[in-house]
Design a protein. Structure first.
Length: 155
């Protein structure tokens, strides 16, 4: 009987071990973003707009005003004997101009990956789209961390 009670107490205590995810969105709840300009790669801009939509707010003194310029590039690293690309590098680079409480800062976030080229064009395009989506999610997290740092410095 005592073993059962101890086992139940142990299980209940393990449920409250204090785990919290590394990228917990609650720390970003007070961020307000207003994007005044997008330029560059349309797909990256649309995905980033979608990812940041929960932070959008009207423009005021405590809102981050962003100008976003994105660029996507696909470089051939190596080719086979016939001249067909075998290895590629996918690069997403997004430049941000951030204005917060009369303070302006510019920075850039770059993501890249080296991949093997696929023989099927459709599969290649599908894979590149997945990689672009992953780039945007990673860039979003890095952007939010940078905005939190700017906010802490200026508040």
């Amino acid at each position: 009987m005592i073993k059962k009670i101890l086992l139940i107490l142990l299980i209940l205590n393990l449920n409250h071990c204090g785990y919290s995810p590394v990228y917990n969105n609650k720390i970003y709840d007070d961020l307000k973003i207003y994007v005044s300009k997008y330029s560059g790669d349309r797909y990256l801009n649309q995905k980033l707009n979608y990812e940041l939509r929960t932070y959008f707010d009207v423009k005021d003194k405590n809102t981050f005003q962003l100008n976003i310029e994105s660029k996507y590039d696909k470089k051939t690293i190596s080719k086979d004997i016939t001249g067909k690309a075998t290895n590629l590098e996918l690069i997403a680079n997004i430049n941000f101009k951030v204005t917060y409480q009369d303070h302006t800062e510019t920075f850039s976030i770059k993501e890249n990956i080296k991949i093997k080229s696929k023989t099927d064009t459709f599969d290649q395009q599908k894979y590149e789209k997945i990689m672009k989506d992953n780039f945007v999610k990673s860039i979003k997290q890095k952007l939010l961390l940078k905005l939190m740092n700017i906010k802490q410095i200026n508040d």
